[in-house]
Design a protein around this ligand. Sequence first.
Ligand code: NI
Length: 188
Amino acid sequence: MAVQRILQVGHPLLRVRAEEVPSETIGSEEIEALVDELIETMRAAKGAGLAATQIGVAKRVCVIEVADNPRYPYKPPIPLTVLINPVITVMGPERFANYEGCLSVPNIRGIVRRPTRIRVTALDRAGAELDQVVEGLSAGTFQHEVDHLDGTLFLDRVEDSRTLCTWETFEEFHRAEFIERVKELEES
Ligand code: NI
């Protein structure tokens, strides 16, 4: 088990649709090692999530965790969540214009409009069924990671390329307005 290299935009394996994990293999050495590598690599890179495709493994496994993340200080906390074969259902018409970033897309952020109320079903690392409604900014985090398992990057969902910015220009020109909108969203 070790921190893995995170593939960068342009790498063909980021564009592969990952395969379902047969439920009888959950708990096997191979899947346990994959889950541990994802968690360790996500934490080392200070990401909010990481999908198996980002370390070149075409299996439908991703991990999410938000806890005092300096990369995303405005994000509501999410406990460590392991999703195997996740399925997302949109639960309502509301959307939020989120500035997304990705460990596979260095130093670029851009606005993606994400549903703010979703249902997530998946298996956890013990093979137990997980079924939860996720709201607000966190809903976007789940969608971003599940997109990776379909070979989709947030860049594909940026509707207006004029919203693209670097982390530095985000801080300088967009952060203040964005934080206000996040507060409104999380208080609604
Ligand atoms: Ni990503």
